[in-house]
Write a protein that binds this ligand. Sequence first.
Ligand SMILES: Nc1ncnc2c1ncn2[C@@H]1O[C@H](COP(=O)(O)OP(=O)(O)O)[C@@H](O)[C@H]1O
Ligand SMILES: [Mg+2]
Length: 255
Amino acid sequence: MPGEAVVLDGVWKVYPGGVTALRGLSMRVNFGEVVALAGPNGAGKTTAMRIIAGLLTPTRGVVSVAGANPRAAGVGLRRILGYLPEDAGVYRRMRGIEYLRFTASLYTGDPREREEMIRRAVEISGLGWEDLNRPMGEYSKGMKRRILVARVLMTNPRIVLMDEPTAGVDVEHAVAIRGLLRRWAHERGAAVLFSSHNLMEVDVVADRVYIVSGGRVIAEGRPQDLKEEFKAETLEEVYLKAIKSPAPGGVVNAG
Ligand SMILES: Nc1ncnc2c1ncn2[C@@H]1O[C@H](COP(=O)(O)OP(=O)(O)O)[C@@H](O)[C@H]1O
Ligand SMILES: [Mg+2]
């Protein structure tokens, strides 16, 4: 497995309607680290995630995921990539446990492997048996998010992409999800990229962060280094300073 799981170089995205969502975004994610894509609404986080997942073609620039172009890559990449879309929905009439069984059955024909996957997913979801036996249409937003996170991680992906994984999730379960992201990278060696507009969350979860605004990286680095560089107490303060003037070292992302 190469060290670099995800590489974006000078990526631009202009939507058919004419909105420019990304303006020369460059970033990388290595195996074994948790990287955050942080920034305000409309910064381009979801667009970048969808490009990395192979759902969108960039207008310009280079994208490489596990050494391949995600638009051209086939089943091999699908098997190692776990993607949680921002707007992922659930099958409203399906019970949670049925959904996990169904996902496992799509992935493997081996009953032992399937059982192990389901066991892992149940644990990750943090849902009790009563809730797992309810139709997912009855789940709260946070419960839906948790079962979707479990669905993504149950197949043990080597590259994890999560678009706002903790959106709508209560404190206790958000903390659990953050712990999972870190364990997946640090114990299993996966490459983990997640997006968040919550800079306090990013500060505690991410090994490195790309702060984006208007489709550009305005600051990047380890949270601790960024705070020192910007003479800031928090990442929120880093962000507020960075939108006024780019990093002293000069984040080169001009397009
Ligand atoms: N399908 C789309 N068609 C046209 N414009 C879009 C589409 N998706 C997102 N945009 C625009 O692209 C910009 C970046 O959006 P997005 O990637 O969703 O940002 P974020 O996830 O950081 O909130 C916004 O101006 C948004 O309105
Ligand atoms: Mg988004």
